[in-house]
Design a protein around this ligand. Structure first.
Ligand SMILES: Nc1ncnc2c1ncn2[C@@H]1O[C@H](COP(=O)(O)OP(=O)(O)OP(=O)(O)O)[C@@H](O)[C@H]1O
Ligand SMILES: [Mg+2]
Length: 461
């Protein structure tokens, strides 16, 4: 290994351990050490005091030792790396070797040797030798439109090599369906495609152990999270992988502002951050009702992070109504508008129209207010149970308004301090429960008809 490669490995280990890349002085210490320089010489070249260089060096060796699972010192650093290369050639595993192999190596393990022990029944290998493991993904029977969204996702993943994508939307809008359809469209670009739902809130340890089992084992699956992340990142560099983690909202707390991790789940935050920041060839797509906070933070300064908010299916939703054999096609657009083009809401409403209105959309629309059948309300219950009291107060207030309202007006009518209101509004925005519109440099807020009706039914009658 030459010096840049070694520095890359060291940078990765330090990043996994601390969340920070090597700084200028740490890099100079490693470079100097590899060139056989003493601390005084490194200090001279970096215009730092020798004492400071020694302090930084000693902390750095400690981080590397912990990250690599064996003692690393200034005296043995070069030798350990060289030993790693020997092991690599002999295919002997050690934590250090593991780091070393995958950074440099474009090892082309034949996908035929790859098998997932976890879910063979829903796994398949395509003719182009992509290994696809969909595990507990639902089967998709129908898929309509979403052409622009598919094009955007394909462009981000294939052309821009985006590493982390958040696909957001309220429940039933079609995140899972779109993610699975996307696989069909881009599967030939990948060595591995893995879908996992987090609906039962697995810990990061469980998720990583499950993912690591998919790859051909070069070493035992480690127990410790940092080493697990590091091993997965190695695979993501070695192979081109698309990993879809669905139902990510299950990692977040109920009754707290959006995107707050449950106790014991905070390490997902570091995992997502590393996926976005560390160099690799793969993509992690996460589906969620709520925008993870670190995604909001990361996408500001990182070109490898993107967010797509999924909205109405639009007129393509007519196909859903056609499948249900509803009548009065001239009124379907109005039905789609009322139910926000949400495929699930439309499916549930179509059942009511079939059962109680003999399939006539026109008769159904005669009712003054949108009808929310119990199962549709049940879907919304799941989202509203997550709100804080302050968020709920805002939703109740907005449900009373017939016009669009700006923040200062909401402040006048809702009994909250400015900061509580701002936090509640931002959180509701992250949960995609508010409609916002800009006019004359002012942002106005409102609730869509279904939300309004739901809030009135559940909280105001
Ligand atoms: N593009 C589409 N074409 C046809 N049907 C769709 C489409 N998108 C979604 N659906 C249907 O709508 C329903 C909800 O879709 P899906 O489960 O993908 O939503 P979701 O956003 O993942 O919901 P949740 O947040 O609850 O997981 C499903 O029955 C699905 O078949
Ligand atoms: Mg889903």
């Amino acid at each position: 290994m030459d010096i840049p490669d070694i520095l890359k490995v060291a940078d990765e280990v330090v990043f996994v351990k601390t969340g920070e890349h090597l700084d200028y002085l740490q890099e100079a210490i490693l470079r100097g050490t590899l060139q056989g320089q003493k601390y005084w010489k490194i200090a001279e070249e970096t215009h730092a005091s020798e004492g400071h260089v020694r302090d930084v060096g000693s902390k750095l060796w400690k981080i590397l030792s912990e990250g690599l699972g064996e003692e690393i010192t200034k005296a043995n650093f070069r030798a350990k790396i060289d030993k790693g290369s020997v092991y690599q050639n002999n295919n002997v595993s050690s934590p250090l070797v593991h780091q070393t192999i995958t950074v440099n190596n474009n090892v082309n393990i034949c996908p035929e040797t790859v098998r997932s022990p976890t879910s063979p029944s829903n796994s398949q290998q395509t003719s182009s030798q992509t290994y696809i493991d969909l595990s507990d993904a639902p089967e998709i029977f129908r898929f309509y439109d979403r052409t622009p969204q598919l094009a955007t996702l394909e462009n981000w993943i294939i052309c821009d090599r985006t590493r982390l994508i958040a696909l957001l939307g309220i429940n039933g809008i079609g995140k899972t369906t779109l993610s699975l359809r996307l696989i069909e469209q881009i599967k030939t670009h990948f060595d591995y495609i893995i879908y996992r739902s987090l609906r039962f809130s697995p810990t990061l340890n469980a998720t990583l152990t499950n993912l690591l089992q998919i790859f051909p084992q070069q070493a035992d699956i480690p127990q410790n999270i940092e080493t697990q992340i590091s091993q997965l990142l190695n695979y993501l560099r070695q192979y081109r992988c698309l990993i879809i983690l669905d139902d990510v909202q299950m990692l977040f707390c109920s009754g707290q502002l959006a995107g707050q991790y449950k106790t014991g789940y905070e390490d997902y935050q570091l995992f997502f951050k590393l996926i976005a920041e560390v160099n690799h060839n793969s993509c992690l797509l996460i589906d969620s009702w709520e925008k993870p906070r670190e995604v909001a933070k990361l996408e500001r300064g990182n070109n490898y992070v993107q967010t797509l908010v999924l909205c109405s299916l639009g007129l393509a939703a007519k196909e859903i109504l056609k499948d249900r054999k509803l009548s009065d096609e001239e009124t379907w657009e109005s039905l789609i508008d009322t139910y926000q083009g949400n495929p699930l809401w439309l499916e549930l409403t179509a059942s009511t129209i079939q059962d109680l209105f003999c399939g006539s959309v026109s008769d159904f629309l005669q009712c003054d207010e949108p009808i929310l059948d119990e199962s549709l309300q049940g879907q919304l219950d799941q989202q509203f149970q997550r709100l804080t009291q302050q968020e709920l107060a805002v939703m109740i207030q907005l449900a009373k308004e017939s016009e669009l309202v700006a923040l200062p007006d909401i402040l006048k009518i809702v009994q909250l301090s400015v900061s509580d209101l701002v936090n509640a509004m931002r959180s509701l925005g992250m949960r995609l429960l508010l409609d916002a519109k800009e006019e004359d440099k002012t942002t106005f807020f409102s609730l869509n008809t279904v939300m309004k009706e739901y809030v009135k039914n559940r909280y105001m009658r």
